[in-house]
Write a protein that binds this ligand. Sequence first.
Ligand SMILES: [Zn+2]
Length: 443
Amino acid sequence: MVLQPTGLRGKGGEPGAWLRSLRFWPHSKLWCARAHPRPALTEFLRGPLRLTPPHPPALLPKRFPASLLVSFLLVGQVCGGEPPDTFLRIGLLSHVRSVRVSATGPYHVLELSTGEQYPFPEAEELTVRTTSYGLLVGNQVLKPALRFQGEADDTVLLLNGKRYRDSLLLQWQRAQGITVINEVEIDGYLCGVLPREASVNWPIEALKAQAVVSRSFALANLGKEEAAGFDLTADFTSQVYGGVDGEHPKTIQAVNATVDEVLVDRRGKLVNAYFHHSCGGRTDASTMVWGGNSWESPPSLSGVRCRFCRDDEYYHWTVRLSEKVIRTRLRSAGYTVGAIRRLSLVGRTRGGRANQIEVVAQGKAVLIPAHRFRMAVSPNQIRSTFITRLSRRGSDFEFEGRGWGHGVGLCQVGAKTMALKGYSYRKILAFYYPGSRVQRWHR
Ligand SMILES: [Zn+2]
């Protein structure tokens, strides 16, 4: 790789003096340009930067992810436009009193309020604890927030032994303890999501569909957890994210093959691309499942008939739960119900899912939205609200139903079957999100 900076001017240095390194992730063929010192870079990088690879153009990177700290324009033969600001803040831990941080190479801690930077060698593991005045890092009290970052761009950080790309931000509040956030470039994030939300055994076209779906979902939900100080959680309430430890070459290939691609609707609006395990024969309209101000769902989330998940083991399911278990779980979720005499389904969505469940207990009837009932009682036992029969069996209630998950957007089992039948990821997405199209994302 030959760097040919054109028009870069730095303080008393040669053009490009602030460009510290280029990183190439071998698995993903993703590139990342970084600068040093990063906060100063935006002041001095004004001109274009041309990067000339010595080898065939087939290896050219498609894009350069930008950083929250360093968001700058790279133009030239390898990058045709302004890269989007695609770093995400993923909440990894909350309300903890101490954490252990180390790295695979030399790293530093940046005290954000003062700009002070504290270097540490690779082998040094730091224990960070809460105190009355801030965070005790080693034997020194530092003011939060603290950013941990590797000196080299291929350095991976370890949080309590689990590996994460890019940087870790530690925030602290007296009443809440430490919150740890992974500031990670979106494709690095997706590399840690796909193996958890899909299966590496799926055909590549299904994984590519999932990559576009997960990217669209993440971008459509940026800031969803802003009250907690980050964009998205690392669990199922957003998307399950396993960091570097969860990555797999095949899912990295799917991310890399779809870099920057998102789903947009007919008006060019980003689709909030929900997905679920299997639909049981029909996906459903988002507002029919979760309610909303209107009964009209966006057309891309309006539901389709699906004939591709019939072989799924959860296409039909049955579960028996005791009255006591249901009552206890409903109470834990805040529903004050006595001994349950009857449960019945009230209303159906267009896709055939239960709208509400009536709980009759000690002469009192309570109507609970079906998806809330399911989440309260057990989403992994009552696998969907596509409940086809609900009956009493002695002291138990028996639920029969179809599919697993909320039923909105992509049916993952259906996507896998479509890929096995030869459909491309674009065809799969067009089927499950009617009227949508794949487009390169620009902020
Ligand atoms: Zn399906």
